[in-house]
Write a protein that binds this ligand. Structure first.
Ligand code: CP
Length: 316
């Protein structure tokens, strides 16, 4: 695997293998000094043309913990503001000696395009509505590890709730979850569903009340206002009445059920309950797990032979 542009670049065996490697990375992250020399001498460029808190810092932390050098590029303070093109930006950074680009861009397909302009590995950190592959992996990691079912989500039902249509997270999650054997039910108003769900392998529900007490995972999504015009925005009061997680709905979740959200949360819109008061909430655990997953992805792309390099790194 040279790049990670989509969860579809991964076989199901690849997914299981990355989750297993993330267990190893989690063990490193639990140490007093969570750092190994596995990627010493490698350079990772974090190139974000869209805002991010979790993904960016998580990738940069992951690269640092594997001892890679990190180049941080922020579009808003770069020569993009003087008219420099995406291609010239990538070629300029490549000339500095980059081994992997971590790319976030508002245009679907931008990371794929970038692979044509560099010999470095390219990792998609979220492109438009298209894909957010490491989010799909960290979400599957969080669910499987909480249920102690390491290689499978068989028999589990996940409700993904909210703005599916504009969500790259939903697309990556649905692909990974269904391939690991989960049933996925999309809970959304019609305006927030794609025009066709043919081939998605999911079912739909019209309100959170229809599914809240039977699913194993409640996965809440933010309304992605930045990807829609104001005419597409539903009435927030109407939306919240059917699709928000309220304290009453949270109280109806099964005892073992998990609450997930990729962040950022819009409190008072999709999340009316305080998530810290929901016993099944694993929202902050998702953030923690994101570092282990991104270490596993960076190592898989840049690290060579896991049996020698990582064990040398761990023991050094
Ligand atoms: N989940 C996620 O992509 O969050 P950020 O936009 O903060 O990176």
């Amino acid at each position: 695997m040279k790049h990670l542009l989509s969860t579809r670049d991964l076989s199901t065996e690849d997914i299981v293998s990355i989750l297993a490697m993330a267990d190893h990375m989690a063990e490193i992250n639990a140490r007093a000094v969570p750092k190994v020399p596995a990627l010493r001498g490698r350079t990772v460029a974090s190139v974000f043309f869209e805002d991010s808190t979790r993904t960016r810092l998580s990738f940069e932390t992951a690269a640092t913990r594997l001892s890679a050098e990190v180049l941080t590029f922020t579009a808003s303070s770069s020569s993009v503001n003087k008219g420099e093109s995406l291609r010239d930006t990538i070629e300029t950074l490549s000339a500095m000696g980059v081994d992997a680009f971590v790319i976030r861009h508002k245009s679907s397909g931008a990371p794929q395009q970038i692979t044509q302009w560099t010999d470095a590995a390219v990792i998609n950190a979220g492109d438009g509505w298209h894909q957010h592959p490491t989010q799909g992996l960290l979400d599957a990691y969080t669910i499987t590890r909480n249920f102690n079912e390491l290689n499978s989500m068989k028999g589990r039902t996940v409700a993904i709730v909210g703005d599916i249509k504009h969500s790259r997270v939903a697309r990556s999650d649905i692909d990974v979850f269904t391939r690991l054997g989960a049933k996925v039910v999309l809970v959304a108003p019609g305006a927030f569903l794609p025009s066709s769900l043919e081939g998605w392998g999911v079912t739909t529900a019209d309100s959170l009340d229809d599914v809240i007490d039977v699913v194993d995972v409640v996965y809440m999504l933010r309304i992605q206002r930045e990807r829609m015009d104001s005419a597409q925005m539903p009435s927030l009061r109407e939306y919240s009445s059917l699709f928000a997680l309220t304290p009453e709905r949270a109280a109806r979740m099964q005892n073992h059920a998990l609450l997930l959200h990729p962040g950022p949360i819009n409190r008072g819109v999709e999340m009316i309950v305080d998530p810290s008061l929901v016993p099944g909430s694993r929202i902050l655990q998702q953030v923690t797990n994101g570092i282990s997953i991104r270490m596993a992805v960076l190592f898989s792309l840049l690290g060579g032979d896991a049996t020698t390099t990582l064990s040398n790194g761990v023991e050094a």
